[in-house]
Design a protein around this ligand. Structure first.
Ligand code: G6P
Length: 464
């Protein structure tokens, strides 16, 4: 499909996000290793020629790269003071905004908005201002600027003041909280966040549900969305890339290793996540435990292959959650395991090739987040599956809007229903599982990353 944007305009495009497309680590010999990131935004942008990606330096390696003048064409890393970044990223973005949008707070101890919160909020403003100023400096007259996610919610408003000539878009990759939950935030902070995003010409979301929640917040708290247009772009899986990558030699090797760990003739229930509170990994393990308890006929015949990759380990609550995942997996193995059968195979070291191997092998994929902006695992599994895979899917994942009709749908808090869903998925007839996988794959690739990105650009320009 030829993009109207490509056809009509060669204007410069800027993208801003906390995490950029490349990061550096400092090796012991003093050299810098560059690691390229993946994800929808990286592949989405690969089609765009004249672009500049503005991102934050995330660690010592990135800061050293800036000092040495090492970098990639088209990427500008901002050397934001490490303490300011820690307050903004760990303190506000990941401990407050992430928790609000994923509805993760647990009363009676959370949340507390006190003087320490105000101090961190000031850092969040400083960090957002650093992005707005860099974008204002870099942007050509009339350029399109696409600001990403909750970390940078204040940037559109700040940037509009500095450069009213720009076309500004904001994209939320997370859910958006319903107004009653969003109102946990102090009133002035809630207003500032909404005004920040409404500084954009267009605010876009992954699903209609999150867009409507945002509109609901703006309507109740501010009286409306003003001049800002609201859009929905449901990021899909990158079929060409995934199908190619899933058949490379390293993936085949990992499949052989996984098959050996699972054991001959056994079925597999696969999950792949960051070790993230919203992914609901522990309740997934509880559901599997209840399934083994209630359906003893499945013991020795099934293995739960769970990949839980480290995430946000600076935060104690994430470290505790990681330990809890390990503890529950060990406990299930201790109670149910036998000499020749390990009921849960848990891997915690991030390995994309092994994830793809598990996708190909899976009989059942378990995707049960408490809330999730989209969840690309739910979309990637059916695309690369070798023999068809039944999908157990939370109705609270954004992907539910597109995949719900061919998945076994669960309430993520209902452990017993999830256990029953695992049984239903495992006993699904082969031809039905194959037919459903085919329909899931077709729905999953409807809007591949490049088109997803170009559609946003088109809309931003056309609504000018
Ligand atoms: C979510 C967010 C992204 C974020 C990613 C990984 O998908 O929407 O903005 O980059 O999680 O989290 P991290 O904190 O490691 O960047």
């Amino acid at each position: 499909m030829v993009s109207a944007y490509e056809a009509q305009s060669a204007a410069q495009i800027l993208v801003a996000s906390n995490r950029g497309p490349v990061s550096y680590t400092l090796a012991t010999d003093g050299s810098l290793d560059a690691k390229r990131g993946g994800g929808g935004l990286v592949s989405g942008l690969s089609a765009v020629k004249d672009k500049l990606w503005v991102c934050a330096a995330l660690g010592d390696g990135d800061r050293e790269a800036i000092r040495r003048g090492v970098g990639e064409q088209g990427v500008r890393m901002l050397d934001i003071d490490a303490a300011v970044h820690a307050d903004a990223y760990n303190g506000i973005a990941n401990s407050v905004l992430w928790f609000v949008h994923h509805m993760l707070y647990q009363t009676p101890l959370e949340p507390v908005f006190d003087a320490e919160f105000r101090r961190q909020w000031a850092s969040f403003e400083t960090y957002n201002r650093a992005f707005a100023e860099a974008l204002a400096e870099e942007a050509d007259q009339g350029a399109a600027v696409l600001v990403q996610d909750y970390h940078l919610a204040l940037v559109p408003g700040m940037l509009r003041e500095l450069r009213p000539d720009l076309r500004i878009g904001h994209f939320s990759h997370t859910p958006w909280a319903p107004v009653d939950y969003f109102r946990l935030l102090p009133d002035d902070i809630a207003e500032q966040l909404l005004h920040g995003i409404l500084g954009a010409d267009r605010a876009a979301f992954l699903t209609r549900r999150w867009a409507d929640a945002f509109i609901g917040c703006c309507t109740e708290i501010l009286g409306g969305t003003g001049r800002t247009r609201i859009g929905v772009h449901g990021l899909g899986a990158d079929a060409d890339f995934l199908r190619g990558r899933a058949h490379e030699a390293d993936v085949d090797e990992r499949m052989a290793a996984l098959r050996e760990q699972v054991g001959p003739g056994r079925r597999t229930i696969v999950r792949v996540d960051r070790t993230e509170l919203s992914k609901n990994i522990v309740r997934g393990l509880f559901a599997y435990r209840e399934f083994l308890e209630e359906r003893p006929e499945w013991r020795e015949r099934v293995v739960h292959v769970a990949f839980a990759y480290p995430s946000r380990q600076d935060l104690a609550v994430y470290r505790d959650y990681t330990a809890e995942v390990q503890r529950v997996a060990d406990e299930i193995n201790a109670v149910y395991g036998t000499a020749g059968w390990t009921p849960v195979v848990l891997h915690v070291k991030d390995d994309f090739a092994r994830s793809l191997a598990a996708y190909r092998l899976a009989d059942v994929a378990l995707v049960n987040p408490i809330r999730d902006g989209m969840n690309l695992v739910a979309k990637e599994v059916p695309v690369v599956s070798d023999h068809g895979c039944a999908l157990v899917l939370s109705r609270e994942a954004g992907a539910y809007e597109e995949l719900g009709s061919d998945a076994v749908v669960v309430n993520p808090y209902d452990v017993s229903a999830t256990a029953a869903a695992l049984h239903e998925a495992l006993t699904m007839a082969d031809d039905e599982r194959a037919a459903r996988t085919e329909r899931l794959a077709a729905a999953a690739v409807a809007l591949p990353p490049q088109q997803w990105f170009l559609d946003q650009l088109d809309a931003l320009r056309q609504e000018a």
